[in-house]
Write a protein that binds this ligand. Sequence first.
Ligand SMILES: C[S@@+](CC[C@H](N)C(=O)[O-])C[C@H]1O[C@@H](n2cnc3c(N)ncnc32)[C@H](O)[C@@H]1O
Length: 265
Amino acid sequence: MSGFSADWLRLREPVDLAARNEQVEDAFLSALPKGPVRLMDLASGAGSTVAALSGRLKTHQDWILTDNDPALLEVSRRRFSQFGQGTVAYRQVDLSGDLATLPFASVDGVTTSAFLDLVTRPFLEQLVSLVTAARLPFLASLTYDGRASCMSVDPFDEDIRQAMNAHQKTDKGFGAALGPDAAVAAEALFEAAGYRVVSGHSDWHADRDAQAFQRKLISGWVSAGSDMGLDPERLSHWLEMRTEQIAKGALAIEVGHRDMAAIPL
Ligand SMILES: C[S@@+](CC[C@H](N)C(=O)[O-])C[C@H]1O[C@@H](n2cnc3c(N)ncnc32)[C@H](O)[C@@H]1O
């Protein structure tokens, strides 16, 4: 178990798909070879990257999905059992230790989504070095960038956002995580390696149609706020107020993300 439940990934997928930055994806897709492609997705969860890109790749495609959570790999396996555009292979791997064992030399591109904010700078450096040594295009979608807001605004929102951002920098299985600094760090590392970087926002816009998602999201924020020592009474009052607003369809939530394509020159 990774702590990312299949239920949460299912709730966030439509919001993720709507948020993805099409220009950034275009830059990645156009850097792939013409004809059949082999792609490796890191920390694939329930396969959201395949869901996002398979329809846009108008060619035969062989995917390798990697994750350390067997339950999520099993969800992907069931989901893509009828995959018509090529093949999908699954590899259970702990990326914190075994990144270098993956077949970077035998794929045409590497993707990941909602993952870079969990890792450390040394991990990112190793990843960039493996990708650039193989001269591969790389796509990192939906890296959290530290922005989060609710409409309407409440004075306690900012305390929660700051606590959540501090929580994002705690250990997520790799060591002290980059959290909201990850996207900028990844862009700088690829540029320093001589790659061209195309990046842009991919913000979540969760409105009244996404009530179950909103409920889960704010309960995660409250739990992070509690871990970081925010006042329990204020947290509980805030949660109650936001839960009522969600039930009335009166809350909109925006969360900032960045997408990045890194292209060998
Ligand atoms: C926020 S989820 C994103 C999943 C998927 N990429 C998506 O966009 O829906 C983070 C993923 O990282 C995986 N993960 C976390 N730590 C990992 C590790 N050490 N090795 C492999 N996968 C890991 C989790 O199992 C989870 O699937």
